[in-house]
Design a protein around this ligand. Structure first.
Ligand code: AMP
Length: 586
């Protein structure tokens, strides 16, 4: 769809209509799925990929499933590489794509290109509108948003194709700003800050803009919750500098990007009264509890993706948010959107995401099939069977398979979700985990959830010493027999040797998977090792990903570092200040 037409749609935005439309679509999710598949296959009928697999113009789900194999990124890479190299013939899509999205690589460990086009932008608007309409019904807003959003630069691949992260492709689309305006949540920071070349300078200025417009800010948000936590942890360190800038009306000298300086100078006027007020508020808080509502008295809620690998940050986020509700946003990926939160009052731990049946064609691989593949998402010689969107069963876990309007057909996303119920006939999903993040040495199998639970349990032992785990990750060390799990922790203070030793024992005991406990008992897996890393180590990991062309938006701390991820391993190992081994297992 042309951008102009999209903009007209934005102008027409009407919340009741959006909800009515969502109801209509989800009542006939199966019919809408058929239509969506038909539309995608018709629009891309001339694509070499579909033609070579013998689809011959058929658009029904049965023919589609019998002709087109399930794939992962690996199988599509040769096609995508030709597109990156500038081959504009219809390879995966009928029309040439408009850009490539570069995924963060923070979940899979490897950055991947996936095609992007206007149809994907349109699905982005559809999901934003649906989410907003449901959210605004519960928490009406009509003001500014302090949105920690960062757009990296577009760049050209060597074949001349425009590329950037998926969020960059969204933020740089001409339809994005008008759409945010229509959603009554325009960002309080100028474009120069959002589109600035340096994450840390943009973050500082986002905070400053938030303070300048503190009375108008009704919403504090980011794409993933990590950015909100990161922003307010930074605030704890730089609040005096922010106050000085407001007092003098002069931007801190460490902000050197000329376009940002010019834009900020238009907003910044000497305001000693505001500076004093913020100072009083900061000094009056106990350990920064309730910082967000204190700084932004009219904020209604805090918003962003808060499930999956973001859950470990919820405790800290609640601490900053005080009385404000935390609302988790949508579920999607660089490969396309999937579902949105239509019950915004539900806390993130219990949140589900209702699938929008018109934004892609979705299939689900049952967990039983996944077990046969041992969770391996690499290409399979035997295709697991899939079920359709309306055929999934409550209480079951599935891996999601996406067919999108930008050239991905039966693409295994690698995410495992659980069906928690239905919104009309469309399933409501709980994000469970990435399928490929596994701590395993022999018969043990621990997922990122198991790791999260273990860290949650063990970190409680630090509470007495008023120390928190800022961030964590893991890897398996098989360099010596027997192999063992290594957990890296960054903590925000001094903890006693005894407490950390106990944490290490507790981590070991908290992996309750039978494969792990039995292997530990007979010492086929060695004592677990807890390595405490220097303050700022996880910032170095973030900086490493930013240097690879990522934006702060899509950053997710990798929870399990693969052997191939040598750079991140190096950062971690170079910054270890202490290590502990668990005692013998019995
Ligand atoms: P990216 O490719 O960087 O856009 O990351 C997409 C991945 O982030 C998804 O495949 C999920 O693993 C994760 N993700 C996205 N949305 C959510 C969500 N609402 N809850 C949990 N994880 C999510």
């Amino acid at each position: 769809m042309a951008v102009k037409k999209m903009l007209e749609k934005v102008e027409e935005f009407d919340m009741d209509k959006v909800i009515e439309e969502f109801e209509r679509l989800t009542k006939d999710a199966e019919g809408v799925q058929r239509e969506t598949l038909k539309r995608i296959l018709e629009e891309n009928a001339s694509a070499e990929y579909l033609q070579s697999l013998g689809l011959n113009g058929r658009t029904d789900p049965e023919s589609f499933k019998s002709c087109i194999p399930l794939v992962t990124h690996k199988e599509l890479e040769p096609f995508i590489n030709r597109m990156i190299d500038g081959d504009a013939s219809p390879i995966l899509t009928g029309k040439p794509i408009t850009a490539m999205s570069l995924s963060s690589g923070t979940t899979s460990g490897k950055q991947k290109y996936v095609p992007w086009n206007d149809e994907l932008f349109e699905t982005t608007l559809q999901i934003y509108h649906t989410a907003f309409a449901h959210r605004n019904r519960e928490f009406p807003i009509n003001g500014k948003a302090l949105s920690f959003i960062y757009s990296s630069k577009h760049f050209k691949t060597k074949g001349g194709v425009t590329a950037g992260t998926a969020t960059t492709n969204v933020f740089r689309n001409p339809g994005f700003k008008p759409s945010m305006k229509a959603l009554k949540s325009s960002c309080c920071s100028p474009d120069e800050v959002i589109f600035g070349p340096d994450f840390h300078q943009s973050l500082y200025c986002h905070l400053l803009c938030g303070l300048i417009f503190r009375e108008e800010v009704q919403l504090v948000s980011s794409t993933f919750a990590h950015s909100i936590i990161y922003a307010f942890r930074t605030f704890e360190q730089v609040w005096e500098e922010l106050c000085a800038d407001i007092r003098e009306g002069v931007l801190n000298r460490s902000i050197v990007v000329p376009s940002i300086r010019t834009a900020m100078s238009k907003l910044l006027k000497p305001d000693p009264e505001l500076a004093n007020l913020i100072k009083r508020k900061c000094l009056g808080l106990s350990n920064w509890y309730g910082l967000i509502p204190e700084l932004f008295p009219n904020a209604k809620y805090v918003y962003g993706i808060m499930t999956g690998s973001m859950e470990p940050y919820l405790k800290k986020l609640r601490h900053y948010a005080g009385v404000l509700p935390l609302v988790t946003s949508d579920y999607g990926s660089s490969e396309g959107w999937i579902a949105t939160n239509v019950n915004p009052r539900v806390p993130p731990e219990l949140a589900t995401y209702a699938v929008l049946p018109q934004i892609g064609y979705f299939e689900f691989i049952p967990q039983s099939e996944l077990e046969e593949t041992k969770g391996d998402t690499s290409f399979l010689s035997v295709d697991p069977q899939t079920v359709g969107l309306t055929e999934v069963k409550i209480g079951e876990e599935y891996e999601i398979v996406i067919t999108n309007p930008a050239g991905l057909y039966r693409y295994r996303l690698g995410d495992v979700v659980k069906v928690m119920g239905f919104h009309n006939s469309s399933p409501k999903l709980k994000f469970v985990r990435r399928n490929n993040l596994l701590l395993t040495i022999n018969i043990d199998k621990n997922t990122e959830n198991d790791l999260q639970l273990a860290v949650e349990t063990a970190s409680k032992l630090l509470a007495e010493e008023k120390v928190e785990v800022v961030d964590y990750t893991s890897h398996v060390d098989v360099s010596k027999e027997p192999g063992h799990y290594v957990i890296f922790w960054e903590i925000n203070g001094e903890a006693s040797e005894e407490a950390l030793g106990e944490c290490c024992n507790c981590l070991d005991k908290s992996f309750v998977d039978a494969g792990y406990t039995s292997s530990r008992k007979v010492n086929c897996i060695g004592p677990l090792e807890l390595r405490v890393v220097r303050r700022g180590t996880f910032r170095k990991i973030l900086d490493h990903y930013l240097a690879l062309g990522n934006t702060g938006n899509q950053f997710k701390t990798p929870r399990c570092i693969s052997p191939a991820n040598t750079k991140v391993r190096q950062i971690l190992c170079d910054n270890v200040v202490n290590n502990y081994f668990s005692v013998a297992f019995n």
